[in-house]
Design a binder for this molecule. Structure first.
Ligand SMILES: NC(=O)c1ccc[n+]([C@@H]2O[C@H](COP(=O)([O-])OP(=O)(O)OC[C@H]3O[C@@H](n4cnc5c(N)ncnc54)[C@H](O)[C@@H]3O)[C@@H](O)[C@H]2O)c1
Length: 315
């Protein structure tokens, strides 16, 4: 198949490119930043620029893709509160421009979207299902939910074929060490591993949550499993709609630290930090909806998430 990947230089987009190329697809990669050398030499065709700019839109039209995997976005929760304009514009307005262009030009590609668990906000019940209330607590989560709504409205009105994945916490790295997270990523596994590598202090935010070990529980998904889900969703037999991408299993911050210490053979220097505003004690995905259409999409456990990320950080 011929596939466009936007946000292709980023963490999830980059690993997706390698997986799609490994599977024999042709890939046209778009990102506004210059990719790593390994990505540039991967065999994908590259366009450096804004995915919603005229050049990118015309390139998409002439490429005639079977699918567009739309990973481009701005995705930090905190900065979205202080600078919401950037998030509504880059995530929502520009994605609307892209979708309108597809509809107006009758480009009938399947649209696979990087949505987020942030669309749910602080759910009352976990594991959270796709049909549960969506009450995002940040402009970032709102911008993702707005696109989910638009995708469904465009499907009904204009026949847009889409799959939107609400990723939970993406982690890990390409298992062949070709791509991983940028230095300084804010996610806990990245922070823990960089602190272990650099012999630096790690701040553990909140140790008094009403959970068995007092730390937050989250649902983690290996970036290669996300890439596999993207590849499986190319098949139009996967019904259009929104799907959670998570394991359904909660892992606490202390469990992550223990696994990281075991895998790296190093001891983490921990300092206790304050509970962060808006951090719910427990957030896990109900994974049943995507499992029911794409059996075996998830193949990596916590050890692989940490082991592959560690191999990336110390490569
Ligand atoms: N990483 C996670 O845990 C997670 C969880 C839920 C959802 N998501 C979503 O998945 C997507 C990918 O996440 P990631 O972790 O790879 O992020 P990332 O920041 O590593 O990658 C995003 C990429 O998009 C590019 N980009 C942003 N705006 C662009 C534009 N207008 N034109 C062209 N390129 C643009 C950036 O340059 C960057 O390379 C994002 O949309 C994010 O919101 C990520």
């Amino acid at each position: 198949m011929k596939i466009i990947v936007t946000g292709a230089a980023g963490f999830i987009g980059g690993v997706t490119i390698f997986k799609l190329l490994d599977a024999g697809h042709s890939v046209y990669a778009i990102d506004r930043v210059i990719p790593s050398n390994l990505l540039r030499e991967s065999g994908a065709k590259w366009l450096t620029g804004d995915f919603s700019g005229e050049v990118a839109l015309e390139s998409i039209k002439s490429y005639k893709p079977d699918a567009i995997v739309h990973c481009a976005g701005t995705s930090l929760v905190g900065p979205s509160v202080t600078n919401p304009e950037e998030y509504y514009n880059n995530n929502y307005v520009k994605t609307k421009r892209l979708l309108d262009y597809l509809i107006q030009n009758k480009i009938n590609s399947r649209f696979i979207f990087s949505s987020s668990a942030a669309a749910y906000g602080n759910p009352v019940m976990t594991p959270v299902q796709e049909v549960d209330p969506k009450e995002p607590i940040s402009p970032y989560g709102e911008s993702k939910l707005m696109i989910d709504w638009m995708l469904e409205a465009y499907r009904r009105a204009y026949g847009l074929d889409y799959v939107s994945f609400r990723y939970f916490n993406a982690c890990g790295a390409d298992s062949q060490k070709r791509h991983g997270q940028e230095p300084g990523a804010t996610h806990i596994i990245a922070r823990v591993l960089e602190c272990l590598r650099d012999d630096a202090e790690f701040t553990l935010n909140g140790t008094n949550y009403p959970t068995p070990d007092g730390t937050c529980i989250r649902d983690y998904v290996h970036v290669e499993d996300i890439a596999r889900a993207h590849a499986l969703a190319l098949d139009r037999a996967v019904p259009a709609g929104v799907y959670n991408l998570g394991s359904g299993t909660g892992i606490s911050n202390r469990e992550i630290i223990a696994a990281a210490e075991r895998i790296t053979g190093k001891e983490l220097k921990i300092i206790s930090g304050k509970q962060r505003d808006g951090d719910p004690p427990l957030l896990t995905a109900s994974a049943g909806k995507f499992n029911s259409v794409a059996d075996q999409w998830q193949q990596h456990d916590l050890d692989a998430m940490i082991g592959h990320a560690w191999a990336w950080y110390v490569r």
